[in-house]
Design a protein around this ligand. Structure first.
Ligand code: NAD
Ligand code: DAU
Length: 339
């Protein structure tokens, strides 16, 4: 079995590669990644010399290169994690989101059709459903919930999902889509809530909470997401969408306070700052379909997962200090200076 994993130098893609190489030592995993600011080759250093792993630096929008790679590798499966993934960046500069997330997806699927690749999996997000009100805890996103996006990021992901379903219906490409809730765990880029709060707290820097901190996200440990994708690849029904989430809704402010407590830091570091534009209030996945049809259930409780995550950041300072020392400083100043 040969699997092309795009975006494998990023957060979830790298965790997926580690999981698959460990679980299926006979599989060949080929990672395609452009190494944008979010991709880090050092993340893959534990597998880079594994004979079953190969890294190819390439842009999923570059048709010529993607075609060459597909022709040479002839993968059985393509799993597309590659994306611009940060909502705040999409609000600043939507164009690259449209390019990578929509054009990149169609480029990959065109290559699948051209070279007769049997299976394409699109890693999507619960953000395509928009948000839910805080005062209706009975409401959840199901696979039937209409797409109703808020940010350029989520709109680009929804556009990609529609294209994937169109390639299934029009060209018969054998596709599946997964829509997962917020992930957390090792190798999470420190622009996202949990890793940003951990590294800022460790550096005794202010902890910027958007708005009143009451927004709710539905957190899933990254390995549980990887396990769900593995199950979809092996047992999922072609043409179907699967929601992935573990009923673990938490308010942002409670997460930040928990991180302070775990690290023994004062809550006085918490600073309420200007809200994100168009900020989604609540995400909450109904995972009944993947549970009932494919038997997937999350295995890591949040109390355990957040401890493991904090421990990872404490033990892997070099990984994130290296990121913080580069272009990240400009990003941080630009995004947080006037908040
Ligand atoms: P990430 O930003 O950490 O990683 C993205 C990776 O894609 C990076 O390695 C980057 O270099 C690569 N990439 C970007 N543009 C590329 C291009 N044009 N060609 C090749 N590679 C390119 O993202 P993540 O958090 O790991 O998310 C992975 C996928 O999962 C995304 O599609 C995202 O929409 C989806 N998702 C993320 C979450 C989450 O909580 N992080 C939840 C649900 C779904
Ligand atoms: O739901 C899945 C999505 O989760 C993925 O599709 C996205 O790729 C991923 O980035 C994530 O999107 P969010 O916008 O939910 O994640 P983020 O970590 O950026 O923010 C989580 C919440 O925390 C959100 O309500 C905004 C808030 N926040 C974020 C940052 C970076 C703050 O209050 N302060 C911050 O500094």
């Amino acid at each position: 079995m040969k699997i092309i994993v795009t975006g494998g130098a990023g957060f979830i893609g790298s965790n997926f590669i580690f999981y698959m190489l460990e679980k299926y030592p006979e599989y060949n995993i080929i990672c395609i990644d452009k190494l944008t600011y979010a991709g880090n080759l050092s993340t893959l250093k534990s597998v880079i010399n594994n004979p079953k792993f190969r890294f190819i630096k390439a842009d999923i929008c570059d048709r010529g290169t993607i075609d060459k790679v597909f022709e040479e590798v002839q993968p059985d499966i393509v799993v597309n994690f590659a994306a611009e993934s940060h909502v705040d960046r999409s609000i600043e500069d939507p164009g690259i989101f449209l390019k990578t997330n929509i054009w990149g997806t169609s480029t990959l699927m065109d290559a699948c059709l051209r070279f007769g690749i049997k299976r394409y999996h699109q890693v999507s997000t619960d953000e395509v459903y928009g948000d839910l009100p805080l005062d209706r805890p009975d409401l959840f996103f199901t696979e039937e919930t209409p797409l109703h996006t808020s940010s350029p990021y989520s709109s680009s992901k929804a556009g990609a999902d529609l294209l994937v379903l169109a390639y299934y219906r029009t060209y018969g490409l054998q596709v599946t889509i997964s829509r997962c809730s917020n992930n957390y765990g090792p190798y999470h880029f420190p622009e996202k809530l949990i890793p940003l709060m951990i590294v800022n707290a460790l550096n005794n820097k202010f902890l910027p909470v958007y708005g009143n901190g009451n927004n709710v996200r539905d957190w899933l440990y990254v390995e549980d997401h990887c396990k769900a994708i593995d199950i979809i690849l092996h047992q999922g029904k072609i043409g179907e969408v699967y929601n992935i989430g573990g009923h673990n809704e938490m308010r942002n402010i409670d997460i930040v306070k928990l991180i302070c407590k775990e690290l023994g830091k004062t809550e006085s570091l918490i600073t309420y700052v200007t809200d994100r534009k168009g900020h989604d209030m609540r995400y909450a996945i109904d995972p009944k379909k993947i549970h009932n049809e494919l038997g997937w259930l999350p295995e890591t409780r949040f109390t355990e997962g957040i401890k493991k995550t904090i421990k990872w950041y404490l033990e892997n300072r070099e990984w994130w200090e290296d990121i913080l020392s580069g272009e990240y400083q400009n990003y941080y100043k630009k995004m947080y200076k006037n908040k």
